[in-house]
Design a protein around this ligand. Structure first.
Ligand SMILES: [Zn+2]
Length: 124
């Protein structure tokens, strides 16, 4: 298997991993939003605690969006919440995939130049 083929296989594997993580992320976002609505109803005017790390803020305003906005801001950077971990993994995979694509495109371009050069050299 050539280097180009191996890189293409790695790119395809990374794309599949990114797709899988995006699907998992969509499920988690759905669950998070449902929980956020439930929390908003239960904790309007109360303190809000992160169930993963125990971080507490509040008392939150009675505005319906305020608790969810506070929760979202915390969840996105909470070191104990799976969403933050998935987001970090997704970003690392995306960066790796982009780097492999650039490397693949570079090699592919070089191969084309080599083929063109050898073709021109072999002409009488
Ligand atoms: Zn937390």
């Amino acid at each position: 298997m050539s280097t180009s083929d191996r890189l293409q296989d790695q790119v395809e594997e990374l794309k599949e991993q990114v797709t899988r993580l995006q699907e998992e992320n969509a499920v988690l976002v759905h669950d998070r939003d449902a929980t956020r609505r439930w929390v908003n109803d239960l904790q309007a005017g109360q303190y809000v605690n992160c169930v993963y790390c125990g971080y507490q803020y509040g008392p939150v305003d009675t505005t319906p969006d305020a608790p969810s906005a506070l929760l979202q801001a915390h969840v996105e950077q909470c070191p104990a919440h799976p969403m933050a971990q998935l987001k970090a993994e997704l970003m690392a995979l995306r960066d790796g995939c982009e780097a492999l694509i650039k490397e693949y495109e570079s090699i592919d371009t070089q191969l084309l130049r080599d083929l063109l050069d050898s073709s021109l050299e072999s002409r009488p």
